[in-house]
Design a protein around this ligand. Structure first.
Ligand code: ZN
Length: 322
């Protein structure tokens, strides 16, 4: 365990970043991506970790799955570590610095960007991984958060995503949202964002980046995902102590994305996420000289980012569905 002063708050790192060098040599033609084919009919399923290099819970969960000797009971399973270059910069004494190298890997997933002329370390990596994403029917992309928010599944804007999140069952909160002004997420790439396609994707935010329970949540969600996609049989799940999810999931529909428009954005309180603000018009922050207020009663704050800069998402605002 180690800790580091970061701004005004102490950052505690309880999780240990695993050595991923054994996974460098994959069998897919892309470093750090592996395929396990059951030889049986079924979907191509991908579990992706390290879309953000500092979000190490997914790497821990995949390392554990590799070491378990898991093999899919049907279809095929792709396991991979996306922004490995950023991850290699991970330093537990300065854990916030390794989200990406040149730019956010999770804002690149539109054809115009991927096929465009721009170059960056993350774009090069995304272009290599893209053919594997193109053959993926069902994707789980594992993330974590800067704030001490409850874990949540980001299901995208479509009903098919919400249905998929409900089938997985963990974590207890599902968010209906459409991403960021700054670019398209992997979760929303191509067919995943097409209501007529059976392809489907989920992004899970497992908790605060480096808390112990975030690592536990990543593992639970991974098992639940393998359960929902029927790649894991009950013998494997029982051996891992997996239990069926509770049935009372909360669903929050994001109605507004607050994108920073000035050079100074501050929240009025140290919001962590999933606070519910009772009254419409409550000031929650200040963007330059303008107050940021809640648009309706009982407004949920989804993933406030206290480090967001101009053009980035500061917070999403949502309604809790009945
Ligand atoms: Zn992330």
């Amino acid at each position: 365990m180690s800790s580091k002063q970061s701004g005004s708050s102490e950052v505690q790192v309880d999780l240990t970043a695993p050595d991923l060098s054994p996974y460098r040599q994959g069998n897919t033609g892309v470093d750090y991506y592996h395929r396990f084919d059951s030889g049986q009919a079924g979907p191509t399923v991908m579990v992706n970790a390290l879309t953000h290099g500092n979000e190490i819970c997914g790497a821990i969960a995949l390392d554990r799955l590799f070491k378990s000797g898991f093999r899919p009971a049907r279809g095929s399973l792709l396991l991979g570590f996306a922004n490995i270059a950023a991850y290699e910069n991970f330093d537990p004494m300065n854990p916030g610095q390794s989200r990406y190298v040149d730019e956010d890997f999770n804002r690149l997933w539109s054809a115009d960007v991927l096929d465009g002329p721009r170059q960056s370390l993350e774009l090069t990596r995304a272009r290599k991984i893209r053919p594997l994403i193109d053959e993926t029917d069902l994707l789980l992309d594992i993330h974590s958060m800067s704030g001490n928010s409850p874990a949540m599944m980001l299901a995208g804007p479509l009903n098919k995503g919400v249905d998929f999140a409900k089938a997985v069952g963990y974590p207890g909160t599902t968010i209906i949202d459409s991403g960021h002004a700054a670019g398209v997420r992997l979760r929303d790439y191509r067919d995943f964002g097409d209501p007529s396609s059976k392809r489907n994707a989920l992004l899970v935010e497992c908790g605060q980046h480096w808390h112990r329970q975030t690592g536990d949540m990543a593992w639970t969600v991974l098992l639940a995902f393998l359960h929902a996609t029927k790649l894991a049989d009950s013998a494997f799940l029982d051996a891992q102590g997996f239990s069926a999810p509770p049935s009372d999931q909360k669903v929050v529909r994001v109605t507004d994305v607050v994108t920073v428009s000035s050079d100074s954005f501050t929240f009025s309180k140290p919001f962590q996420g999933m606070e519910r603000i009772e009254k419409a018009g409550t000031v929650i922050g200040r963007d330059g000289s303008a107050d940021v207020t809640t648009p309706y009663d009982d407004c949920a704050l989804v993933m406030p980012s206290h480090a967001a800069r101009k053009g980035q998402t500061a917070v999403r605002l949502g309604r809790v569905m009945p």
